[in-house]
Design a protein around this ligand. Structure first.
Ligand code: SF4
Length: 301
């Protein structure tokens, strides 16, 4: 099928189904180009909650589609490739979290949105990379932060609080090394460096700004700098270049590619809309408890 015909079929079916296509900033360029909304996890969860569509096609990974299903129980949530998971989210299981909670019964559990619905259900509040600092600032007392140790360390450094960290990490952001940034800085001394808080501390230490992907998109439009070195998954470069055609964006590392994010294609979006599958559903008892943790996040911002 020609690209144009494929897009036309997606658009027609989207209308027939009263569907909305939510696309994460790390998705392949051709998927970003069919988005109704493009954003980071926090922005997309807000869009999901506000939408009056009957069907949400979530172009991202499983935990993101689960978050939409938790917030929108009356909508059909589709994940066009059911194998699109997140290795970071898989680094904490509900059983392991319960054991850790038993060791620290007084701790408040803050759970990065990159986690399963079951883990969210076992937590007091969720956070994203965009609001993690604000969320932890509001908490008095001990915090157990799961599952990303590097986001946790970044939050600890910004809030001055000592957190109990889980040993999880994003293997994609681990591919960005300090020497990658140093080399690019030597070649482009005028460039500003923006990195994601899932990066190693040695990398965030070299950055001018540590931002979520949504924050990077805003920063790119506002900064006077014409060249940015971007330390996150390379999919974001498509959006940054499209929205800022006069500026230069350099990936901190070409190795920062999330194969799970790249599982979604326009063809799979079409099939998903045709069959209304694969669906993502969360059992009601887990959904209600996970929603309480997400609601607690939304209240803080
Ligand atoms: S980039 Fe990292 S955290 Fe994001 S979905 Fe891929 S593996 Fe998970």
């Amino acid at each position: 099928m020609e690209d144009r015909e494929l897009i036309e079929r997606i658009m027609k079916l989207k209308k027939d189904r009263n569907a909305v296509i939510l696309v994460h900033n790390y998705q392949p360029g051709e998927v970003q180009d069919i988005a109704d909304f493009l954003g980071d996890s926090l922005e997309l969860s807000r869009k999901a909650a506000e939408s009056d569509a009957d069907v949400i096609v979530f172009c991202g990974v499983r935990f993101m589609a689960e978050t939409a299903a938790i917030l929108c129980p009356d909508k059909t949530v589709l994940l066009p490739d059911p194998e699109a998971g997140c290795p970071l989210a898989d680094m904490v299981t509900v059983e392991a979290l319960r054991r850790k909670k038993a060791e620290h019964p007084e701790a408040f559990v803050v759970c990065y949105v990159n986690s399963s619905a079951e883990v969210k259900a076992e937590s007091d509040v969720c956070c994203t990379s965009a609001n993690a600092v604000r969320i932890v600032e509001q908490i008095d007392g001990k915090v157990l932060f799961v599952p990303d140790q590097y986001l946790g360390r970044h939050v600890a450094s910004r809030t001055g609080k000592e957190l109990i960290l889980w040993p999880g990490f994003c293997p994609v952001h681990m591919n960005i090394l300090p020497q990658d940034i140093e080399e690019l800085k030597r070649e482009h001394p005028e460039a500003r460096v923006v990195v994601h808080p899932e990066c190693r501390p040695e990398v965030t230490a070299l950055a001018d700004e540590v931002l979520s992907t949504g924050g990077m998109c805003r920063y790119a439009g506002e900064t006077e700098s014409q060249t940015l070195i971007v330390g996150t998954e390379v999919g974001i470069l498509h959006r940054l270049r499209r929205e800022n055609p006069g500026k230069t964006f350099l990936p901190a590392s070409e190795r920062a590619v999330c194969s799970n994010m790249k599982r979604i294609t326009p063809e799979k979006v079409l099939h998903s809309l045709e069959d209304l599958s694969p669906r993502v559903e969360v059992p009601e008892d887990i959904r209600l408890r996970a929603k309480a943790a997400l609601d607690a996040m939304v209240q803080v911002g």
